[in-house]
Each structure stands twice: as C-alpha cells, then as structure tokens.
Design a protein around this ligand. Structure first.
Ligand code: GLY
Length: 372
C-alpha cells in the first residue's frame, strides 16, 4: 500500500532536528520521562530500568535513515553504559529484549559489530534462563512470586528468535514459541482483548488466574497490553511463519481498531474502564501502529487496508494532537500513561512513545531498521 508520504518526510526532518538537540543536552544520559520539559539520566538511578534501551533504539533508527554518525555514536555510548547492567545481572528481568534489541542487536544488524553480537547473545541467554519448563512460560520480574507471566513479554521474545538464528540453535526459538503459545492460550481472550498478568503455579506450571496490572482491573483491557500483543504476535509470525500467531495478532488488532476508532484514533488507557475519568495513552496507539504495519505486510490485498489505514490514522491523529516540535523541550509525543492507577504519570511523554513514533514513520517509507 502506498500513501502520499510528504508529511512523513517532513515529520522525520523535524524529529531529526529535535533528537539531535536532545543528544547534545543529554550528553550520554539515558532518558525516560522528562521533568518540566527536560530529561534526566535514568541510567544513573537504575542502569537496569526496563526502558533504558529505547532512546538508543530511536538513535539507531535515525542513524539508519540519515547515516549521521552523531546518532550512532550516541547510541553506542548508551550500549556501553548498559554493560554495567549485564555484569551486575541481579537487577535484570524479562525486559532484557527491550534493553538489548534496541542497542546491541540494532548495532549488530547495522554494523556487524562483534562486541554487540556478544552482548545480544548474553542478554538472550539471560532471558532464556527465566523459562519454566513445567508451565512453558518465561517468568516476569524478580520478586518472591516466581509464577507471574505478563503480556509485555511478547515484545521481548524476538531476542530469542534472533539468537536462534545467529547461533543456528533451535533451543531459543523453541522457548519463544512455547511461551507465545502459553500467552495466546491464557492471556488472549475470545473477544480479542488481553489480560495483563497471568498467575501460574511455579512448581507444576499450571495456570491459576489473570491478575490486574497496569490497566483498570483483572478483567479489563489495558490498551498498551493489547498493543504489546498485536506487535508481539505479529513478530512471532514474522520469525516462525506459524499462521496461529498471525491469527492471534489479527484477532487482537481487530479488537484494538474497533476501540481506537471510536476515540478519533487515540486509545484510552483501558478499553474496559469506566467512562470517567477519560484517560488516554498515546504510547499504546504508536506501538499498535507498528504492529498493524507488520500485520499489513503478511495479509492479502483484501485484508491489508484494514490494518494499514488504521495505523496511518493512529500515527496522523497522534502527531496532530500530541507532537511537540519545540527543540528546547525534551520528547516529541505527549499524552502517554504509565498505568491506569498511577495518577501522577497520566498524560505524560514516555521515551518509548517517541521510539515507536519514529519506527512507525520509517516503516511507512520502508526505511526502518528492523531491530526485532
Ligand atoms: N510494563 C511495561 C509497560 O509499561 O508497558
């Protein structure tokens, strides 16, 4: 499918200028949520924080688009800083995919760096060590409850598919597929909505119940969780060509499109929350948009417009209402929400919103760096 992409090129030009200004101000810092319009260095507070790879991923996308070393040099500085998290190890978690796909795997795919390959494989080994064989799932977090399994993990298992390909070793691929099967069975509901946290018995692996997480309630529909499912299952199809994953991605995508279309293409933070208060999450829309564009690459001509057009509507509506193009203010996309019940971070800029926004724009012109 193709659209007039003049606006995409204009937006990317503005993004380049703005991110270049942020690189100068950050001076190697790793951003997350700005305070009073300025990023701080989250890496200094917590080098293992789950979002620490996104800004480097954004820099790699721009480096790929522009071939400007300013972006790749800054991305490599962040990648080197994350070595501390790899060697500390104990702070690491299920989100190592978000940390090393956007840094080392991106670097390796772009430059072939041997050191980046090594780091990416190291992270994949850490992720695979979280596998519960009895239940066939990867555990979340590091607390006392070793039986929690979350939908977000679907976006981390591409690290395992990648490692399998690099090592010509099917073990990582098997773990990723078995985990995806478990998530599809227990987290994805018949109507296409998705639960956030599955609770399982860590001893025999059996499913117990779905728990409330970052959405409104256990039986509600946290929109960023839906978005992780759309893109995650689409990527599982990308790597395995198993139609079951594509069909799962499409089921969640159709549910998402029906809901986001009702609010002018900006998703509510939870599609099954009470009507008041009205809270949006732009990050969910942009993650979903990337997933919808991935699905559009794998479906037939008749189905493609449904997914492609919804993605374009989300990107354009988000940009029109939430993009901040002031180069003196950190972050581009406003209106993200960390979690329904975390009142202080409702309607804020989130670093991953900017990552998925730029990846989505680049996907529209076939210039994205495939990091997954
Ligand atoms: N738990 C990761 C997220 O906020 O989506």
């Amino acid at each position: 499918m193709s659209i007039n992409t003049d606006w995409v090129h204009e937006s990317l030009a503005k993004a380049q200028a703005k991110i270049a200004a942020e690189v100068d101000r950050l001076d190697g810092g790793i951003p997350y949520i700005p305070t009073n319009g300025k990023y701080t260095d989250v890496g200094a507070r917590d080098i293992a924080w789950w979002t620490n790879g996104f800004f480097a991923g954004l820099l790699w996308q721009l480096a790929h688009y522009t071939e400007d070393k300013k972006f790749s040099d800054a991305a490599e500085k962040i990648e080197e800083r994350l070595d501390e998290a790899l060697s500390d190890f104990v702070g690491l978690h299920h989100d190592v995919g978000f940390m090393w796909l956007h840094t080392s795997v991106a670097n390796y795919r772009k430059t072939g760096s041997a050191r980046s390959l090594q780091r990416g494989l190291h992270a994949a080994a850490i992720l695979s060590s979280r596998y519960n064989e009895a239940g066939q799932w990867l555990r979340a977090w590091n607390g006392n409850d070793t039986g929690l399994v979350i939908i977000d993990s679907m976006m981390n298992i591409p690290l395992l598919y990648w490692a399998s390909q690099e090592l010509n070793d099917t073990r990582y691929d098997s773990i990723a597929r078995l985990h995806a099967d478990t998530i599809s069975k227990y987290h994805v509901r018949a109507d296409g909505s998705v639960g956030h946290i599955g609770s399982f018995d860590p001893d025999n692996g059996e499913f117990i119940e779905i728990l409330g997480g970052q959405g409104y309630a256990a039986d509600s529909s946290w929109s960023r969780g839906q978005a992780w499912a759309i893109y995650g299952f689409a990527l599982s199809y990308h790597h395995t060509k198993d139609e079951y994953y594509l069909n799962t991605a499409k089921r969640v995508a159709n549910y998402f499109i029906a809901n986001v279309g009702a609010t002018d293409w900006i998703p509510l933070v939870d599609f099954k929350a009470p009507a008041e208060p009205v809270i949006y999450d732009t990050s969910a829309g942009l993650i979903a948009a990337c997933g919808l564009l991935e699905i559009a690459e794998h479906v037939n001509e008749r189905e493609r417009p449904t997914f492609y057009n919804a993605a374009v509507n989300i990107i354009q509506s988000t940009e029109k209402k939430y993009a901040n193009w002031d180069n003196d203010v950190d972050s581009i996309i406003d209106g993200g929400t960390e979690a329904y019940h975390t009142v202080e971070t409702r309607g804020v800029p989130l670093v991953y919103s900017d990552y998925y926004y730029v990846e989505a724009l680049l996907r529209l012109i076939d210039k994205d760096l495939f990091i997954w």
